[in-house]
Design a protein around this ligand. Structure first.
Ligand code: ATP
Ligand code: MG
Length: 353
């Protein structure tokens, strides 16, 4: 039986997660067990730690985890290892999630708010698969040293092993099979050895196991240009930690509000995925019913599609969000006046329709 663990967390986390919960209840998926646990600051308040051993075990035993957000000024002063954010890091480490999924999708109703021209952005639906636990952010040696001539030198190491490349490659190819069937692998093999290995390993993996998926390669600088010029050419973009960080932010901004952007982190096939909105706990609007629940609801749709084996339910949820937007439903971040609950109602109404 599939199980989904909800970790609403702090700030607007519980408000937006409650709307996802209502969507889940309306879907009434047979054989899906739903549970909930405190996380982050809420867990510190209740149990003294941001992630209890029980909550961690529940996450590892689940099929998917849907998080809200963690953190807030209330817990900013506490020592690092009992801060809300430490709970999130611990959860990510325990779940061994090495692939970060970030879709960039443009809803037609919001296309005019994009930084790109509507004719360039309309219909955009791409998915970044970013390697999350390796590369230049973690490579060694790293440091700041003083040279004999008195100059200081800061240095990092961009490093990938073939197994690190292959496991995230598997994730990208598997996801492409659930989508339009195309992977574009992005590196800078023209100037970086890690990029040469990246291209070789992805090419080999493709030939060995994923001939049915269309594979192309692109240098990261060209990819940045293409994401602005003609972003609809992409289905899945597979890239490393650093390029993925930059390129996914670039693509996200062209599709609109933070309140619309879901994400996921996946580990080995068959292990639970961690789904969460891109946005944080937004202490400035927490508790006021102003938050846009779409990022959480679209994260739920990703969980349905990529972990819970319910792609039709995912389609229904995404179509309901789209239909609600088409009907003019807008929270304040989208220039409207609907409350979090009101936006949830508008989506629920379309889900039933
Ligand atoms: P974190 O550091 O936790 O990732 P952050 O400080 O970068 O978070 P957020 O907490 O995401 O930022 O908030 C950034 C701004 O976006 C805030 O003004 C917040 O109110 C707004 N915001 C974030 N999420 C939403 C949402 N779902 N709906 C409406 N506004 C949002
Ligand atoms: Mg913040």
């Amino acid at each position: 039986m599939n199980s989904l663990l909800l970790l609403p967390g702090d700030g607007i986390g519980p408000e937006v997660t409650a709307e996802s919960r209502r969507i889940l209840d309306a879907l009434a998926l047979p054989g899906l067990a739903i549970s909930e646990a405190p996380f982050g600051g809420a867990s510190i308040d209740a149990h003294g730690v941001p992630l209890t051993a029980e909550a961690e075990a529940a996450a590892l035993a689940s099929t998917a985890v849907l998080m809200g957000a963690v953190g807030g000024p209330k817990w900013a002063g506490v020592s690092y290892d009992i801060r809300p954010e430490a709970g999130l890091l611990r959860l990510r480490t325990a779940m061994n999630v090495f692939a970060n999924l970030r879709p960039a999708r443009c809803f037609a109703a919001l296309a005019s708010a994009s930084t790109l021209k509507p004719e360039v952005i309309e219909g955009l639906d791409l998915l970044f698969v970013r390697e999350l636990v390796g590369g230049v952010y973690f490579g060694t040696p790293r440091g700041i040293e003083t040279l004999p001539n008195g100059e200081r030198r800061g240095f990092n190491t961009q490093s990938y092993t073939s197994s690190e490349i292959r496991r995230v490659g598997v994730t990208a190819f598997e996801l492409a099979k659930l989508r339009a069937g195309r992977v574009c692998s992005v590196e800078k093999a023209n100037v970086m050895e890690s990029g040469v290995l990246w291209r070789e390993e992805v090419t080999r993996l493709h030939a060995e196991r994923y001939a049915e998926v269309e594979l192309s390669h692109m240098y990261a600088d060209n990819c940045a240009m293409q994401l602005v010029k003609a972003p609809r050419q992409f289905d899945v973009i597979l890239t490393d930690n650093l390029f993925g960080d930059l390129l996914s932010d670039l693509a996200a901004m062209s599709t609109g509000s933070l309140g619309m952007l879901p994400s996921a982190a996946l580990g080995e096939a068959g292990k639970p995925g961690l789904y969460e909105p891109i946005h944080g706990s937004a202490p400035d609007i927490a508790g006021q019913g102003l938050a846009n629940p779409c990022a959480s609801i679209l994260s739920l749709a990703m969980a349905l599609r990529y972990s819970l084996g319910a792609p039709e339910a995912a389609d229904r949820v995404e179509a309901a969000v789209e239909a609600a937007l088409n009907a003019g439903a807008r929270t304040r971040d989208l220039g409207g006046t609907l409350s979090t609950r009101g936006m949830g109602d508008a989506i629920l109404a379309k889900l039933g329709a």
